[in-house]
Design a protein around this ligand. Structure first.
Ligand code: AMP
Length: 126
């Protein structure tokens, strides 16, 4: 079934994690942000950072979140990279938005990936 990117789905996987209905391996938490290890890591370090507010993707987040939420979110991303020890060695941040990007979970999230050479920015056409 196609993912609805217009209306926030309270039953998306990250909403369930935020409610405590699903477990997660937390690496960082504050009043507005949660970060946890990806369940299917695609690099030695693969952490997901999400706002606690109900935002579908980055357009929704940047349109509707408060300035404090937005600044706090991106500061948290930088702090988490430091805490993971991947700032100096380098890492990649990815935020998928909508169907063409392959976004699977309709709750805004940033992937932090590191720990090996990450290759080209996008996969070659198959
Ligand atoms: P995206 O394609 O950008 O929506 O990425 C969604 C990510 O969520 C994928 O990398 C999944 O492996 C990850 N994921 C799905 N379910 C869980 C879960 N229960 N805990 C942690 N990560 C998850």
């Amino acid at each position: 079934m196609a993912i609805d990117f217009q209306t926030y789905d309270d039953d998306n996987i990250f909403a369930k994690i935020l409610r405590g209905d699903l477990p997660n391996k937390t690496v960082y938490e504050d009043d507005n942000v949660l970060a946890f290890h990806d369940i299917a890591p695609q690099a030695p370090v693969h952490v997901l950072v999400i706002p606690k507010g109900k935002y579908i993707a980055h357009d929704d987040f940047h349109a509707k979140a408060t300035d404090a939420e937005i600044v706090g979110f991106w500061r948290a991303v930088a702090t988490i990279c430091d805490d993971l020890g991947v700032t100096a060695e380098g890492h990649r941040l990815i935020a998928n938005q909508g169907a063409a990007s392959g976004q699977l979970v309709p709750h805004f999230h940033v992937h932090i990936m590191a720990g090996k050479p990450l290759g080209p920015l996008i996969a070659p056409d198959s």
